[in-house]
Design a protein around this ligand. Structure first.
Ligand code: SF4
Length: 379
């Protein structure tokens, strides 16, 4: 079983913090949709005949697609891949696109999971991020999606906005709990160099993100969501029982996936492929029936390090048996003293063959994983 990611590289406007690949000029939208359908055909052997169990429309803003464009893509998927009987089909959506008519069309087209970019319920915050929606749209879209038949809804929230008090963040969490989504993804604001926020921070017009504020607000989030029966199954992802994102979980379980569209990535267990992040170059290349990608063949070190980096962020942790059998590597043997010291500080536990971080350890997941990385000439 494998996954398919489809990148829709268009947005209505640029959010000040965002460094994903997108264009606000939608003139080439239909051309890109058609090129994506061509790429799906060109890449039909990438997954070696594995059945698709998840399809994920990301971006950019996939909810700006017309239902007819979405259907063209679905037809191409079904022409070229075997799809499981009940695939998880997610579409990232912005609240301002979700009219009742659009929601019904998305549901009829076969989308069964919506991931809504709410980010905040506070109008002043939404304005400061340059989001295209307001609080009212954020609240209504989830209710409207329910009426259209969606039973699996995720929302995104952003915390650690510089100088935003914890009380205001707690209000956002409370609003999120009121609308009762099955899944919540929440990320600390990060200031990326090539964004408006990056520029303003460099010019001293904006304060950088404060790590203490970020840790405190993540802690508030975990407390509130755990009391409301959500499980933190990955550092930034929380779900009610049975509603973990299958698509994203498969990334963290190192399953194969194909990514199509400009800037999309693919992974087949041995290498990663990165499509070009430029709409014009993408179109030119696909017209010549060439995949516009660069290839990175993964070394043994890459595979071990990626496995540690992704699994230590999850509630299921790193499987030592898999590491020994697949990579001939045992992180405990190689880092005995370090792991003992983490254990002594209550940051890590070993349960049988599973190495996983505790709640406190997960705050430091990326640092701990990188401390365990294989570097140099280990064999
Ligand atoms: S955050 Fe989403 S809507 Fe905003 S610019 Fe980025 S991709 Fe587009």
């Amino acid at each position: 079983m494998a996954g398919l990611y489809i990148h829709i590289p268009f947005c209505k406007q640029a959010c000040y913090y965002c460094d994903f690949f997108f264009s606000t000029n939608q003139e080439q939208r239909l051309e890109i949709v058609r090129a994506i359908t061509s790429e799906i055909a060109l890449q039909k052997d990438y997954l070696d005949g594995e059945i698709l169990e998840t399809i994920y429309f990301g971006g950019g803003t996939p909810s700006i697609l017309m239902p007819s464009e979405l259907n063209e893509i679905f037809e191409a998927v079904h022409r070229n891949f075997a799809v499981s009987d009940r695939p998880e089909v997610t579409l990232e959506a912005n609240p301002d696109d979700l009219t009742n008519k659009k929601l019904e069309a998305l549901h009829d087209a076969g989308i069964n999971r919506l991931s809504v970019g709410i980010q905040s319920f506070d109008d002043s915050v939404l304005k400061s991020l340059n989001r295209a929606h307001d609080n009212l749209m954020a609240r209504c879209c989830v209710e409207d999606a329910r009426k259209a038949g969606f039973e699996n809804i995720s929302i995104d929230l952003i915390y650690a906005i510089p100088q935003r008090p914890d009380e205001d963040w707690q209000k956002d969490i409370n609003h999120a709990l009121e609308i009762n989504p099955e899944h919540i993804s929440s990320y600390s604001l990060t200031i990326e160099e090539k964004t408006a926020f990056g520029k303003w921070t460099k010019q001293g017009k904006m304060k950088p993100v404060d790590d203490d504020l970020s840790a405190r607000q993540l802690s508030l989030l975990i407390d509130s969501l755990e009391s409301a029966n959500y499980e933190q199954y990955e550092v930034s992802n929380f779900s009610k029982p049975g509603f973990q994102s299958m698509h994203n979980s498969n990334y963290w379980k190192s399953k194969k996936y194909l990514g199509v569209g400009p800037s999309a990535h693919s992974y087949n267990g041995e290498s990663r492929q990165y499509n070009v992040s430029n709409n014009a170059s993408y179109l030119r290349s696909i017209q010549q029936e060439k995949i516009p990608c660069t290839l990175e063949v993964l070394t043994k070190h890459d595979k071990i390090n990626e496995y540690l980096l992704t699994t230590l962020r999850t509630s299921w942790g790193a499987d030592l048996k898999i590491m020994r059998e697949k990579f001939f590597f045992d992180p405990i043997k190689e880092n005995y003293d370090y792991i003992q010291s983490l254990h002594g500080k209550g940051l890590i536990v070993v349960e049988g063959d599973i190495l996983k971080l505790t709640r406190n350890g997960r705050f430091l997941a990326d640092k701990i994983a990188s401390d365990l990385f294989v570097v140099g000439d280990w064999e």
